[in-house]
Every structure is written in structure tokens, then in C-alpha cells.
Design a protein around this ligand. Structure first.
Ligand SMILES: Nc1ncnc2c1ncn2[C@@H]1O[C@H](COP(=O)(O)OP(=O)(O)OP(=O)(O)O)[C@@H](O)[C@H]1O
Ligand SMILES: [Mg+2]
Length: 222
């Protein structure tokens, strides 16, 4: 079994006033270990909504979701919280590092929550991704691209089996976007399933598989 996410019949509606707005409708999806998958689609089509559900940040949906072979509905809140911390790395659409901590301290944050094994792994990650130079800088002392990459390393800190990235190259130039895509590719090569949402078609095409969110479902593009 190397499918780490399996989803079938996923529907999600938001209530707006007296109206129910259906954002996801009977959606199916799966991703395997080591696979790099991208999702494109117009603004408001439900991409972030979808990622938040997979990332266990939103449990108001219907349908079946299996993460790492386990059905979410069979798990209690505590089990889900541990699963999330140990197995899922999340880079948000408008991510931010904590300003009063250094880059290395920010990267170590998720490990502290699990009872850290020391800062070795954070430094190793910074080295592996050629970012050692910013380890002891504060977020306001580094560039936007470096912040994005640091947020990604924080997401990778606990060796997640699944890395979810919502618009990780937003507002970055072509070169820096390319570096971040290389980082994501490397994370997949190290064994994580990587799921990225982006508005950048060129970036999306660099994934192994490219999907489009349309009409509440995901359709294959590449
Ligand atoms: N908390 C909420 N309450 C009500 N409606 C919401 C909520 N969050 C999102 N929506 C609506 O659900 C739809 C999907 O939103 P979502 O954020 O998933 O889109 P998206 O595809 O990520 O868009 P973008 O590319 O702009 O980030 C939108 O119409 C949005 O207005
Ligand atoms: Mg979004």
C-alpha cells in the first residue's frame, strides 16, 4: 500500500446567509508516496477548501477520506492531531514565520511540539536545501522567497509523509519559483507525497501529475 491519501465522494458546502454553496461535489482523489501532484483552477474553485480538508483543518464535509490507510471517521480528535503533526506538513497560502524567532527556531517549532530530538535535523535541512546562511536570521532579515522556503522546511521538519503546499510560489519571481519547485521535487524524491496548488501553469506542469479543479471536482490535465 503506497497510497497515502484516498478520497471518494467528497462534498463540501458553505452556508452563506440562507444559501448553501456547494464548493466540492463528489470529488475523488488519490496520491502515492513519492508522487508530486499539482492542482490548478480558477480563484474560488475550492482548491484551498480541499487542501484544508486533507490537512485535517476542516472536518465539515461528507464523503470518505483515508489517510495512510486509515479512515478519518474511525479516528478521534486526538489521533487526528497526532497524525497531522507527525505525518502532514502544511505550507499555507499566506504563510508566516513567527517574527520573534530565528529561521532555525521556526523550523524547529513543530518538532518541539512532539518533544524535540535537538536542532540537528533543522540544520541538516537548511544545509541540504542550501539555506544554512539564513539559519540564525530573523524573518524580517530575509527575502520573501527565503521566507517561503523556510516555511517549507518547517513543514518538512518532522519528515511528513505528505507535504501540502497552497500557492508556495505566489508573488515570487521566476527564478525563485523554480528553486521552490526544485525543493518540492526533492521532498518527493525523499519519499513524501507532495500536493501543490498553484495559479502558475508552468509550475504546475513540472509536477508528475497535474489536475484541474472545476465544477467541484478534480480532472486530469497531465
Ligand atoms: N469560511 C468560508 N465561509 C464561506 N464561504 C467560503 C469560506 N471559505 C471559502 N469560501 C468560499 O468557497 C469557495 C472556494 O474557496 P477557496 O478558498 O477554496 O478557493 P480557491 O480555489 O482556493 O481560490 P484562490 O485561488 O483564490 O485561493 C469560494 O467561493 C469562497 O468564497
Ligand atoms: Mg486558495
Amino acid at each position: 500500500m503506497d497510497k497515502i491519501v484516498e478520497i471518494s465522494g467528497l462534498s463540501k458546502a458553505y452556508t452563506q446567509g440562507h444559501e448553501q454553496i456547494l464548493v466540492l461535489e463528489e470529488l475523488s482523489f488519490a496520491i502515492s508516496k513519492g508522487e508530486f501532484v499539482s492542482i490548478v483552477g480558477p480563484s474560488g474553485s475550492g482548491k484551498s477548501t480541499f487542501l484544508n480538508i486533507i490537512g485535517l483543518l476542516d472536518d465539515t464535509y461528507s464523503g470518505e477520506i483515508k489517510l495512510f490507510g486509515r479512515r478519518l471517521e474511525d479516528m478521534d480528535e486526538y489521533e487526528k492531531a497526532v497524525l497531522r503533526l507527525k505525518n502532514i506538513g502544511f505550507v499555507f497560502q499566506f504563510d508566516s514565520l513567527l517574527p520573534e524567532f530565528t529561521v532555525l527556531e521556526n523550523i524547529e517549532m513543530p518538532a518541539r511540539l512532539l518533544g524535540s530530538d535537538g536542532p540537528g535535523r533543522g540544520l541538516e535541512l537548511l544545509k541540504r536545501f542550501d539555506l544554512e546562511i539564513i539559519a540564525h536570521k530573523f524573518p524580517m532579515e530575509i527575502s520573501g522567497g527565503e521566507k517561503q522556503r523556510a516555511a517549507m522546511l518547517r513543514a518538512l521538519r518532522n519528515r511528513p509523509a505528505l507535504l501540502i503546499a497552497d500557492e508556495p510560489t505566489g508573488n515570487l519571481d521566476r527564478h525563485t519559483s523554480g528553486v521552490i519547485l526544485d525543493d518540492l521535487r526533492r521532498a518527493a524524491e525523499l519519499g513524501a507525497g507532495v500536493l501543490m496548488v498553484t495559479h502558475n501553469e508552468e509550475a504546475a506542469r513540472r509536477a508528475d501529475r497535474m489536475l484541474r479543479m472545476a465544477g467541484g471536482r478534480l480532472e486530469a490535465v497531465k
